[in-house]
Structure formats: structure tokens, C-alpha cells
Design a binder for this molecule. Sequence first.
Ligand SMILES: [Zn+2]
Length: 340
Amino acid sequence: MQGTMLYGPGDVRFEERPDPKIIEPTDAILKVSAACVCGSDLWPYRGIAQIDGPTPMGHEYVGIVEEVGSEVKHIKPGQFVVGSFWASDNTCPICQAGYQSRCVDARPIGAEGAQAPFLRVPLADGTLVATPELPPDDLIPSLLSASDVLGTGWFAADASEAGPGKTVVVVGDGAVGLCAMIAARQIGAERIIAISRHDDRQKLALEFGATDIVTERGDEGVAKIKDMTGGLGAHSVVEAVGTQESMMQAIHSARPGGHVGFVGVTHGVELPGMDLFWATVHLHGGPAPVRRYLPELLDLIWNQKINPGKVFDLSLPLDQVAEGYRAMNERRAIKTLLRP
Ligand SMILES: [Zn+2]
């Protein structure tokens, strides 16, 4: 088959790769129906995160099960499935507590490379969730979003303890931040403040449930949030960027006793001890345990209660994946969907 490889900064190639095969008896092979480019793929694409030689790319996927290993009991060939970007057994104590992304046997799907027509998924029974039947084509973008951005945004909103009567600030207007707004609205937040400077993203933020838009960043952004909350700060803050500025903006935007849910993959973030000490906030974050939320998210999507697939504003054939990266890197697209 042909699949996506990153050779170095800006150098994405769609080239011959080995067909995935069952390696362990708990594996499944999927025929990928759709994959996409993640904001986190842009870190190595921009050369900010280092790679050791040519690397398979992609960790978000939906598809139809082609084949399963001899120990796979619940997932069956022919099913349409969604899985997290971390494979997990869903049975160990960490999984049972709801933290499947840190399963004792967690495996990164990125290592397999989901931006390809076929994909090996380890620990298939623990990782994959099947839809009730084959989905109509127009649900595929939303189902794909559940694989990462929606699940990650959901975890961030949950970790920030968004809920009725709460004011939620979302720092970051990429796909994850936007999906956190969907989550905050579903969970019943009273006020959702999006930090966003981009017209197209502001429009989607309002559609997804934001009640206010703030364009200021850093300390100015914090001052604005304090103004809007009677000088107190927000109850709940989602951090969905991963830079020093966004992390400090998130922590300083929360009121004493508030909660910060952080899911932006951090790059060079260092928290000053005294800022942390005086902030008096709850910090909860990390790689989102998307698998915890998948049954609920698939149900909401299947019943058309939410439409997170709108974060995909560019759809390309898989062999044009390099253009998909370029468009996101240049902010011409929020998120690129790829169809084999
Ligand atoms: Zn586990």
C-alpha cells in the first residue's frame, strides 16, 4: 500500500509502505474510511519536535474491520469502528479508573501510521468501539473527530469541571479547543468564553456553544477574563495549545479553587513555582483518555445531537496529504480530512 511518511521539517511523502499484518493475536486490521491531520502532527512538521529518520504519520482513524487476530473476541470483520489514538487493553487498573491513554500496555497508534489506506490496531477489543451499523457518509467526519479532537476536547472540559452555573474559558481555537466548547455546552456550562483571533474559528466557536469571544492573549487576555468575571477569574479553564504563554494564561484565568483541564501537548512549558502556589487551582490534564468517552460520544453523534465534524474545513484524497499539512501549517485550514 501507499502511506504517509514524514522525512523532516515540511517534507511529507505519500509513498510505498508495507501492508499492515496481524502481528499479535489481539490485533485488528482496518480498511481506513477516513483519517486526518492533527495539530500535534504540526510540531514535527515544523521541526519543533524532533524525529529520528522517516516516520509514519497519523493517529486518528475510522474504518471497517478487515481481519482480526485469534484472541479478538468482540470486534468482528465488517464492523465500522472508531478507536482512540492510544491503543489500550481497557482492563488494567489504570484503564478501569478511566485513564486508558496511560494503560499499563498503552500503544501509540501514531507508530502504525493512520494516514494510510490500511491500519493495524493493537489490543483491538480494548481500543475499538463499533457503531450500531455502517454509518451514512455524512456522519463519518464527526465519527472521525471522536478518535482524537472531540474526545480530547471532551476530556479537557470534563477535567476543567465545566458544568451548570460555571463560566468556562477555552484557551486555543484549534479543533480541540473548538470541540471543548461543544463539550462544555453539552455538560451544561452557563458561559463559554473562547479565546480566538481568527474570524473563521470565532464563527465556529459561536456555533459550537461559545457565548463570548476574547481576542486578547497572555496577560491582556487574563485581565479581560478578570473583567468579565467580577475580578474573580473563571471556574473552569481549558488549555488546548501547549505553549508557555497559553499555559500561564490558562492558570491565571482560573479563580482560586478553579479547575484547569490541559490537553495541549506541551512544548518548553515550565511552571514557575510561586505562580503555581498562589494560583490555588486544580490542574488535571495530559494525553486524553479518549476511550473512556467513546461510547457516549458515538451515541451523541449517531443521534445527531452534536456535529463536531464541522471542524474539518478541508477534505482531500489521501494521496494529497502533503497539501493537507501545508494548509494547516499556513492556517488556511483548521483541520484536514483525508479519504483513501
Ligand atoms: Zn489498561
